[in-house]
Design a protein around this ligand. Structure first.
Ligand SMILES: Cc1cc2nc3c(=O)[nH]c(=O)nc-3n(C[C@H](O)[C@H](O)[C@H](O)COP(=O)(O)OP(=O)(O)OC[C@H]3O[C@@H](n4cnc5c(N)ncnc54)[C@H](O)[C@@H]3O)c2cc1C
Length: 458
């Protein structure tokens, strides 16, 4: 059968772009459709613009710390419009690079929405044309969830809009307990907003090690972010020139902006997947095997739309593995074990492998090494922020199971620690590494005393 393309990719985000380029470079005839902006969530309204805002917010603490080092930083003021526009300029530059890389690789881009109309057919919505492809790759990512039933929900925003705000809010209420909620809380707080987080759970950052979670609560409150746990929003309404949020506790909160960061759902709605026979799970994610193949032979899915591990480098790896498997004759199953991740909060978190709770469940006896200290940099500045480091080790094999750090440069440190965890090194091998002095990271190789007995110890 003659198809218009060998591969049609829907979604030009982290995963889709990588898969399209590698497949095309391997000789396949590839097209890609993007309904918003080429680059996807990470480049346009996720990791990249967020990290710039994090950098921007960090100046507040740097100015405060400077005094102890002899500096006088007089009359520091912040201009939201300048930061926002500079970030958007960089985002536009990066999106252009993604686009030209696709074209250089020989991929045909369509800047419009695409939907499936069969196991080998897609429809382009703007032009109305239908195209056929031997294989279709779903790389549509995810989208922010909004509490649709909440009265006044339309007055709030999601992370998508947070990057583009016309006016910087003097007060902001952030709803949610995940990393996106915490990161935006630290961004807005650092840039000068009176910031409050409302979360229905009793602690933020579900899924992270419990010590890290507790540490981040202490640090968030110490820095001045107000945390309200075990509460939800029941109503949002206009009040004068501001907003009034009613909480499930009965409290009314006056605020200028409400940001919902309550999770994301896979972007499969209206995509025509069910019609083509593709099975979705209860969250709407495409169910795939280890080669990212769906139950329909010609349809594959990668990245956030599969809801396996929603991180950019994972989507990129998924995309590359798919293209290697199908077009480079190198069957490559995806491997999502020991993937490091970060939370760019205050302090930032870097984490890889199993937290203590999960490690005890899966491995039984574990050894825990932990330290909590005020880093050298903060001693002169008077900054009270503390660093937490924790290592989880399999008691039977001495193998490293997890490394968790909340402190300055934690993501940078843990990226390297991930090499040791991924390689399955033992604590003995880890300890044979001589410290690099004076750094905060050296504490990681100097933790010799266990702090907790194995769970099964008498
Ligand atoms: C605020 C925020 C911060 C984040 N920070 C980090 C971080 O620090 N580190 C990290 O690793 N990850 C981070 N992430 C997650 C990361 O952005 C995603 O894991 C990653 O972008 C997933 O890539 P993807 O290719 O699966 O999907 P996406 O990058 O979401 O790309 C999917 C693309 O498909 C398009 N699309 C959807 N449907 C259609 C259709 N029918 N037709 C055409 N196009 C369509 C979308 O417009 C989008 O451009 C963050 C996410 C958010 C929201």
């Amino acid at each position: 059968m003659n198809y218009d393309y060998d591969l049609f990719v829907i979604g030009a985000g982290s995963g889709g772009v990588r898969a399209a380029r590698i497949a095309s470079q391997a000789g396949a005839r590839v097209a890609i459709a993007e309904e918003y902006r080429i680059g996807g969530t990470c480049v346009i309204r996720g990791c990249v613009p967020k990290k710039f805002l994090v950098y921007g917010a960090e100046f507040a603490q740097a100015f405060a710390d400077a005094a102890g080092y002899g500096w006088t930083v007089a009359n520091a003021t912040f201009d939201w419009a300048r930061l926002r526009d500079n970030v958007q300029k960089e985002v536009t530059r990066l999106s252009g690079i993604y686009n030209s890389n696709l074209i250089k690789a020989g991929v045909t881009p369509f800047e419009e929405r695409a939907e499936l109309v069969g196991a080998n057919r897609v429809k382009l919505l703007k032009s109305g044309s239908e195209l056929s492809a031997e294989r279709i790759l779903i790389a549509t990512g995810g989208a922010p969830q909004m509490p649709e039933d909440l009265p006044g929900v339309e007055l709030g925003i999601s992370s998508n809009e947070a990057f583009l705000l016309e006016k910087f809010p003097r007060r902001i209420l952030i709803v949610g307990g995940g990393y996106v909620a915490l990161e935006f809380a630290n961004i807005f707080h650092g840039l000068g907003s009176e910031t409050r987080i409302v979360h229905r759970g009793d602690r933020m950052l579900r899924g992270f090690d419990d010590d890290l979670r507790a540490h981040m609560h202490i640090e968030a409150e110490r820095s001045g972010i107000k945390l309200t746990m075990k509460a939800t929003l029941t109503r949002l309404e206009k009040a004068g020139g501001a907003l009034r949020a009613t909480l499930s506790t009965g409290e009314h909160v006056a605020t200028d902006q409400v940001l919902f960061a309550i999770g994301r759902h896979p972007s499969t709605r209206g995509l025509g997947l069910e019609g083509a026979g593709v099975k979705l799970d209860a969250s709407g994610a495409v169910i795939v095997d280890e080669y990212s193949r769906s139950c329909v032979e010609s349809v594959y899915a990668i990245g956030d739309v599969t809801n396996r591990m929603n991180l950019t480098p994972v989507a990129i790896r998924d995309g590359h593995a798919f293209a290697d498997t199908v077009y480079n004759n190198r069957p490559t199953p995806v491997d999502h074990r020991s993937v490091a991740s970060a939370v760019f909060g205050r302090p930032p978190i870097g984490t890889v492998g199993l937290g203590e709770g999960d490690a005890r469940l899966s491995h039984g006896d574990v050894h825990i090494y932990r330290t909590n200290f005020r880093p050298m940099r903060n001693m002169i500045s008077g900054n009270q922020e503390r660093t937490l480091m924790k290592i989880v080790v399999d008691a039977k094999t001495d193998q490293l199971l997890g490394v968790h750090v909340a402190g300055e440069d934690a993501p940078e440190i843990v990226q390297m620690a991930a090499v040791a965890v991924k390689a399955g090194l033992t604590k003995k091998q880890w300890d044979s590494t001589v410290a690099l002095h004076p750094t905060a990271a050296e504490e990681l190789v100097l933790m010799r005393e266990r702090v907790a007995a194995p769970a099964s110890a008498p």
